[in-house]
Design a binder for this molecule. Structure first.
Ligand code: GNR
Ligand code: NI
Length: 178
C-alpha cells in the first residue's frame, strides 16, 4: 500500500468538483486501500479522494476508537439530514485549524461499497458530520468556506507563513559558508 500526498489549503486543486465513479474495479479498490492507509497514517477520521488529487466521488472514514472499522462510500448521496447543530471540525487539508461548523447530526446516506453494491445507512454524530465534510470536499468545498472572510483570510495567511518557514528552516540552520 502507498501513503498518498494530501493537498493543503489554499491549493486550487481542492476546488475541483469530482466526477461520479463509473466502474468499481480492482484499480479503484487499490486506490481505496491507499486512501485508508493515508487516512490512518495522518491520522484522520475521514478522507475524500479530492484531498489526494483524485477527482472521483469516493470517500473513506473510520470514527471507531480502535481504528478497525473502515467505511467506504462511492458516489455518496445524502438522502435525509436532521438535527442541525454546531460542532468543531478540523481538516487534514487545513492542518492545525479547528472551528465550529453547523451541520446535521443525523443523516441517511446512499452509496456503493467497495464491490459496487448500493447500500443505505443512517449515521449520527461525528460520522454524520464527517461524511458531510467529505462530500463537501467532493464538491470542491472546504469547512473554512463556512467561516467569515476575515477568519478564512487569517487561516490562509497562517498556513502560508508556516509553509514558508518550513521551506526556509533547512537553509537557515545550515552552517555559514564563510
Ligand atoms: O480527521 C478529521 N477530523 C474531523 C473532525 C471533525 C469533523 C470532520 C473531520 S474530517 C477530518 C479529516 C479530513 O480532513 N477529512 O476530509
Ligand atoms: Ni477535510
Amino acid at each position: 500500500m502507498t501513503r498518498l500526498t494530501i493537498l493543503e489549503y489554499p491549493d486550487p486543486r481542492l476546488r475541483t468538483v469530482a466526477k461520479p465513479v463509473q466502474v468499481v474495479d480492482a484499480a479503484l479498490r487499490r486506490l481505496i486501500d491507499d486512501m485508508l492507509e493515508t487516512m490512518y497514517d495522518a491520522p484522520g477520521v475521514g478522507l475524500a479522494a479530492t484531498q489526494v488529487d483524485v477527482h472521483l466521488r469516493l470517500l473513506v472514514a473510520d470514527v471507531s476508537e480502535d481504528k478497525n472499522e473502515p467505511l467506504v462510500f462511492i458516489n455518496p448521496e445524502l438522502i435525509e439530514q436532521q438535527e442541525i447543530e454546531v460542532s468543531q471540525e478540523g481538516c487534514l487539508s487545513v492542518p492545525g485549524v479547528y472551528e465550529d461548523v453547523t451541520r446535521a447530526q443525523r443523516v441517511r446516506v446512499r452509496a456503493m461499497d467497495r464491490f459496487g453494491k448500493v447500500f443505505e445507512r443512517d449515521l449520527t454524530g461525528l460520522l454524520a458530520v464527517c461524511v458531510q465534510h467529505e462530500i463537501d470536499h467532493l464538491d470542491g468545498k472546504l469547512f473554512v468556506d463556512y467561516l467569515s472572510d476575515l477568519k478564512r483570510t487569517r487561516i490562509r495567511k497562517k498556513l502560508e507563513k508556516e509553509r514558508r518557514q518550513k521551506r526556509e528552516a533547512p537553509a537557515s540552520s545550515r552552517a555559514p559558508s564563510i
